[in-house]
Design a protein around this ligand. Sequence first.
Ligand code: EPU
Length: 421
Amino acid sequence: MEKLKISGGRPLVGTVNIGGMKNAALPIIFATILVNDVCVLENLPDVSDIATAMEMVRRMGAEIERLDRFTYKIDTRNIRSNSAPLDLARSMRGSYYVIGAELGRFGRSSTAYPGGCNFGVRPIDQHVKGFEALGAKVSYTSETITCYSEKPLEGTSIYLDVASVGATVNIMLAAAKAKGMTVIDNAAREPHIVDLANFLNSCGANISGAGTEVIKIRGVEELYGGTYAIIPDMIEAGTYMIAAAATKGDLTVANVIPRHLEATTAKLLEMGVAVEEGDDYVRVSSNGNFKKVRVKTDFYPGFPTDMNPQFCVLLCLAEGQSVLTESVMEQRFKYTDELARMGARISVNGRDARVDGVTSLTAANVRAVDLRAGAAMVIAALSANGTTIIEDIHHIQRGYEDMVGKLRAVGANIEIVSDKI
Ligand code: EPU
């Protein structure tokens, strides 16, 4: 088992380049099933969730060629229906996009319940509501979910009770080739939804309104392949922004879309961190004096739930009591027990965490309890004096491209070590 060993207390200084966005890349990889042609995807992040998605699509019959580290050619013309490998599907949240894509192409799909980070119950009722509204029948076993439609899917209006990213993606996929017009009301507005729409439109789809709460999808007969570059990862970028502040560093976070980072930037400014915005970079610097703030996660353009744990580390270092409220995921505070091992003073009550600032965190042996929690442990360790060991780093590797290499290049003392230390 690999672990991370981090000797903290060094400021991060220099430039870090941000990779493609995992949560945009996953729907787009599964969307190639629907496209039924040859697609070249550029700027894919080199992370294990992408490798798993590629392996899933390959085992379903796609021909996949890796043109370089970040570019794949995917030929989905020979995909077989109902062929999702259940073992892989179970290991990842985004695997459920196979349902929308297969349903849209073949009128049927069967896959396992998706895995991913454990934030309590993560229902898929809104996905099912969408599939059924388009004319599919949905059935379940204890292990699988199966969707089937005898007739071609037909466009309709669907109101989402919650602006779910996953449900919006799955309905867009199922509806892109359905008959007539589908309208998704209260749709998710995240940049990855816009990226998926842009990709599908570049393949001949007719989707408008992505990025607003009403998305209109006029079904088309055929889609065709092409070349598409994935947008930069705003959560990876935000993570490095916070790491820069927490280590009293001066870091240029490059290859980003600053507009996507505005919620994080606003909160950093409020805490007294300096943030300078360029066309495609942000520069973050800090003297380590942080003001307390209230932060509430929300759907985009609100403060991202995927930044909750990382931002909490900064609140731990602020003067006075800050409050962090989680309003998107049911349980996202499991990581606070790990931060407590490093001297953090956090009390969680339901969806609120009250964080009493401390002068500094102390090194300890901790675990990455999920992907973003793992990133938070890295930030905490970088800020702390002494040597921290982080276990279960496979969570981090699911979504952060070469985090060790990127951090070392800007001055961190971080390495991967094996079990025997
Ligand atoms: N929800 C429902 N019913 C549904 C679907 C969702 O009640 O049918 C609820 C969820 O329980 C949750 C909220 O709606 O409380 C938001 O869930 P959403 O569907 O938007 O999240 P997701 O699609 O499961 C994606 C990302 C997550 C990210 C969330 C929120 C992927 C593969 N996953 O999950 O990313 O936290 O959106 O932005 O895109 C991560 O990358 O670390 C990660 C966890």
